[in-house]
Design a protein around this ligand. Structure first.
Ligand code: SF4
Length: 215
């Protein structure tokens, strides 16, 4: 068994991916709100936005200042307001029904043409908005993949490209949610709790620390 197969074997024992359908627009808006802020702040901003506007048409018809005020919890509200409005306008021009028949990577590529939608946002939108396989690389997936030694890229976008090629299609979403959970709970940026990690036997970082302790 190669390393990725062994990791997937462990992950499948502990995690399940259950797709809960969300609107495509919601996923894009929520992901833009989550840029450069905590989950808690972006969630609060998204809740405020959903309470304040009946639908996205109403949001688009309001002044920028109204949206800026509503999403201020997420920070960078001027930039995010512009991104959200632009993304929603551009999404309206896309035939989502037709596009959703394409394969995951092709859809992601199309979505990254929208201003403010990078590879991670596009992959999240495809995964949660359409229920297709993808492996969005956020800060947790980036850190854990590098420590495990399954990716070498220096940026999340590069690691996402690598994992897209290496991970078997049907396990991408599962690996995504697993690595996020592992990153949040044990593989913290500082002092990872390797003794509690289900992947330690397959981890490069753990192997190096363990070897150095034996010298
Ligand atoms: S063994 Fe340690 S470094 Fe490796 S993935 Fe688990 S927590 Fe992170």
């Amino acid at each position: 068994m190669n390393k990725i197969t062994r990791i997937l074997f462990e992950v499948r024992k502990h995690y399940k991916f259950k797709w809960v359908k969300r609107s495509f627009e919601d996923v894009i808006v929520q992901t833009i709100l989550s840029q450069h802020t905590s989950d808690k702040n972006s969630l609060k901003a998204f809740e405020n936005l959903k309470k304040r506007f009946k639908n996205y048409n109403e949001l688009l018809s309001e002044k920028d200042s109204e949206l800026e005020k509503t999403i201020r919890n997420a920070g960078l509200s001027k930039i995010k307001t512009k991104r959200i409005k632009k993304a929603l306008k551009e999404l309206k021009k896309i035939d989502l029904k037709k596009l959703s028949k394409e394969n995951s990577l092709k859809i992601q590529k199309e979505l990254t043409k929208i201003h403010g939608v990078g590879p991670k946002t596009a992959a999240i939108a495809v995964m949660f908005g359409l229920g297709k396989q993808a492996i969005p690389v956020d800060t947790h997936v980036f850190r854990v993949s590098k420590r495990l030694g399954i990716a070498k890229g220096k940026t999340p976008a590069k690691v996402q490209e690598e994992l897209e090629k290496k991970i078997p299609e049907k396990f991408k979403a599962l690996l995504h949610i697993s690595l996020i959970d592992i990153g949040r709970t044990v593989c913290k940026p500082r002092n990872p709790r390797c003794s509690k990690c289900i992947l330690r036997k397959n981890c490069e970082y753990y192997k190096n620390v363990f070897n150095s302790l034996n010298f």
